[in-house]
Design a protein around this ligand. Structure first.
Ligand code: BG6
Length: 486
């Protein structure tokens, strides 16, 4: 891996969950990989009144389980040498002085501000950094979702951050774009000639994108109540995956070339009328059940959840893209908490052969499929039919495992690790541009509005299942089925 330029990374929300589970471990891994210069610094800032030593003790104890076998005391020591801690109230301009003093020691180096706090603070932090003169030409800001809860509120946040940072300095993170198989899908699509001619309505029957979690709301009931699956996952992660599948070949891998193509997809999504919301979307909420044979309570009984809550913990939609390439090809998206399995995958179902000369029975009725799996394992499999050995002409489905783990032995980067490195290097390709984000909000808003106006409650589903029955019906109306039901 190439060395990173000297950098100062300021982590606001430095004692929070994201910093401890993802960001600090990602930086540790890079120290271990030898890409972080001895002079580069990690400046964690948070409200907790801790000394540097106490912060590091907390960080080591919390990060260790996430680092697993990658942890070793020597590397940790080398990592810790680069870390300092700033107890501060981000709302108080007066408390930025010590941070400012530290940053001032290297005023010309790359400076990355990572806002890993509630978005309620994004405007204030930006204004206070600007007011204290801490935003230099080589500064960048990484912002975490949720950026707003609808189009207007996302515009407000973008405006507030945009007053102090130029668009090329703003890195809106969507960690799904940093996942290795998503990168590999780009390589597969645009590094080979084989798939491009098939990647269109003539040959693709439907596309399914699933992000199923077994976890519930993990004590975040009060946050989740105001969010729901559509805002938490579909508006960002699933739509970004859809863009990667559906985009036209960009003219280069430059950030704007790629983002222009994604934007075109988002703008081509067929808008939902209120009637479409009824027939093409399904919202669900889990009830009591068992996940991995462990009994779990209903969403409504989770701490912080309002009684009679109508928040959806599951959503499925049938999206359509109005372009020459994709007209008439349904893109089914679904995501949910407390589902049967932890599974994140993209399934491209190709059409059946036009005339089965071997007969339906011998063919097994299966068409070609490409499955890109992000979780629980990372893989890419192309399903074909082949002749079973023997004297009969019996066909059997087999798969070509395009798994890069077999071909490449290198350590795989965690999504956050890759994206943090990109932010330090100033590479915007895998970050979401403002217009993309707003186009995504624009498309989901009619769904949110119809759901809010409609008295119906989300359909219930048993925790540990694949979601409400209506989710299967969404596909069966087109004569299709989710991959696991097929
Ligand atoms: C986050 C959501 O963006 O993604 C969480 O806010 C969700 O609710 C998480 O659990 C899932 O990410 P991953 O990488 O574990 O699939």
């Amino acid at each position: 891996m190439k060395a990173l330029p000297d950098f100062d990374m300021v982590l606001f929300g430095g004692t929070g969950d994201l910093a401890m589970r993802k960001l600090l471990p990602a930086l540790y891994q890079q120290v271990k990989a030898g890409t972080v210069s001895p002079g580069s610094r990690i400046l964690a800032a948070a409200r907790k009144p801790l000394s540097r030593e106490a912060f590091l003790e907390l960080a080591e104890a919390t990060c260790k389980p996430f680092l697993g076998a990658a942890y070793d005391a020597d590397t940790w020591r080398a990592f810790a040498e680069r870390v300092s801690y700033f107890p501060m109230d981000v709302q108080n301009p007066g408390s930025y002085a010590p941070l400012g003093e530290a940053l001032g020691q290297h005023s010309d180096r790359v400076r990355v501000f990572y806002y890993s706090t509630s978005p309620d603070f994004f405007a204030t932090i930006s204004a206070n950094l600007g007011g204290a003169g801490l935003i230099s030409a080589r500064s960048r800001v990484v912002v975490e979702k949720p950026l707003g809860h609808d189009l207007d509120s996302s515009r407000e946040i973008n405006d507030a951050v945009g007053e102090h940072f130029a668009e090329r300095q703003i890195f809106r993170i969507d960690h799904y774009l940093g996942k290795e198989p998503v990168q590999n899908l780009l390589a597969l699509r645009f590094g080979n000639v084989l798939f491009e001619p098939l990647w269109r309505r003539e040959w693709v029957q439907d596309v399914q994108i699933t992000v199923a979690e077994q976890l519930g709301v993990e004590g975040r009931g009060d946050f989740y109540e105001g969010t729901g699956a559509l805002r938490d996952m579909l508006q960002n992660h699933l739509l970004q995956l859809l863009c990667i599948v559906a985009m036209e070949p960009p003219i280069s891998s430059d950030p704007d070339a790629v983002r222009d193509e994604k934007l075109k997809v988002l703008r081509s999504l067929k808008p939902f009328t209120p009637a479409d919301v009824v027939t093409k979307t399904v919202r669900g909420q889990y009830k009591t059940g068992a996940v991995g044979s462990k009994p779990v309570v209903a969403y409504a009984e989770e701490p912080g959840v309002a009684s009679g809550s109508r928040t959806e913990t599951f959503v499925a939609v049938k999206a359509e893209i109005d372009t020459w390439r994709w007209a008439g090809v349904p893109f089914f998206l679904r995501t949910g908490k407390r589902m049967a399995e932890k599974l994140a995958e993209i399934v491209i179902n190709f059409r059946q052969v036009p005339h089965p000369i071997f007969g339906e029975a011998t063919h097994g009725g299966r068409a070609n499929r490409l499955i890109i799996r992000m979780q629980p394992d990372e893989s890419m499999r192309l399903y074909l039919v082949a002749k079973q050995p023997g004297d009969a002409m019996a066909l059997h489905p087999v798969n070509l495992n395009l798994d890069f783990a077999e071909s490449f032995r290198d350590r795989r980067l965690e999504a956050y690790e890759r994206l943090l490195m990109d932010a330090i290097r100033g590479k915007l390709t895998l970050f979401v541009r403002r217009d993309e984000q707003e186009a995504a909000w624009h498309w989901v808003e009619p769904i949110l509005d119809s759901w809010a106006a409609n008295e119906d409650r989300p359909k219930t589903y048993t925790a540990g299942s694949w979601g409400p029955a209506a989710s299967s019906a969404l596909l069966s109306r087109d004569g299709l089925a989710w991959n696991e039901e097929d």
